[in-house]
Ligand binder design. Sequence first.
Ligand code: GDP
Ligand code: FE
Ligand code: FE
Length: 198
Amino acid sequence: AFDFFPEINLSRAELLTKLSNNMSEKRFQHVQNVGIAAVKLAERWGYADVRKAELAGLLHDYAKEETDKTFILLIQKYQLDPDLYHWDNNVWHGMVGIYKIREDFGLTDSEILRAIEIHTVGSSDMTLLDKILYVADYIETGRNFDGVDFARTLAFEQDLNAAVAYETVRTVEFLAHKKLPIYPQTILTYNAFIKNLR
Ligand code: GDP
Ligand code: FE
Ligand code: FE
């Protein structure tokens, strides 16, 4: 395991303390599980900077328990796309959450920030690290839903792109079934990756 994360100039112990002070016990366990899953996927698919994969996992939901007001202020402060005002925490904690992470950790690594930015909605153009985080979030050992074992098999034994596609299909199905709005970038992710599942 990595004892120090130079990207944020913190030891593992310091980072874990900061995370646990900023989220529920359940979410703290989740982000540690995502870190572990991201390390495994990095090793499986040859992403060289395994430490960055773990750090992305540990930080990805850092902003999830911030208030709506905090996100609205960040959208204003950084003059982000005004369309973001029409969404909610589900979209904000990644797309806007990276600005909170930049402020609170001094993180400037653009690969990690990008992976965290799109960890909920994906992108039509994902790097290996982006895919690792997107999928690790879905299949970490604490997840328990219908289809999670299929997702794990795709992710570890078959095809990371197919795992991205499967996760996106299931998310789109879930949102449509609940009659929830679908963020346009989620549809772009679906269109870009669905061929990997056919
Ligand atoms: P978590 O933060 O570990 O719970 O996982 P995610 O960041 O992947 O997802 C957070 C929530 O956002 C979940 O409830 C998803 O169903 C929801 N979500 C994912 N994509 C979209 C989308 O396109 N639109 C909306 N409205 N919600 C989404
Ligand atoms: Fe999330
Ligand atoms: Fe998560």
